[in-house]
Design a protein around this ligand. Structure first.
Ligand SMILES: [Zn+2]
Length: 66
C-alpha cells in the first residue's frame, strides 16, 4: 500500500527581503551610494537585518529624488 500524498506543498518561507530583487542605488544620489556601501558592509559581516533595512531605504528613496 502506498500512502497518498495529497497535501499541497507548503510555500517556502524565506526571510524578509530574500525573495525580492535588491533595489539598485540611484546613480548620482549620495544617499543611495551611502546606503549601498552600508549594505555591502552589512552583508560582508552577515548582518541581514541591516541589509534589509538598507534595501527598504533605497527602495523608498526614489520618491525623494525629484
Ligand atoms: Zn537616493
Amino acid at each position: 500500500m502506498s500512502e497518498p500524498n495529497t497535501y499541497p506543498s507548503a510555500p517556502v518561507e524565506l526571510p524578509l527581503g530574500l525573495d525580492q530583487p535588491e533595489p539598485a542605488p540611484v546613480e548620482g544620489c549620495a544617499g543611495c551610494a551611502e546606503l549601498a556601501k552600508v549594505r555591502d558592509w552589512a552583508r560582508a559581516s552577515g548582518d541581514g537585518t541591516t541589509v534589509s533595512d538598507c534595501n527598504v531605504f533605497i527602495r523608498r528613496h526614489p520618491e525623494g529624488h525629484q
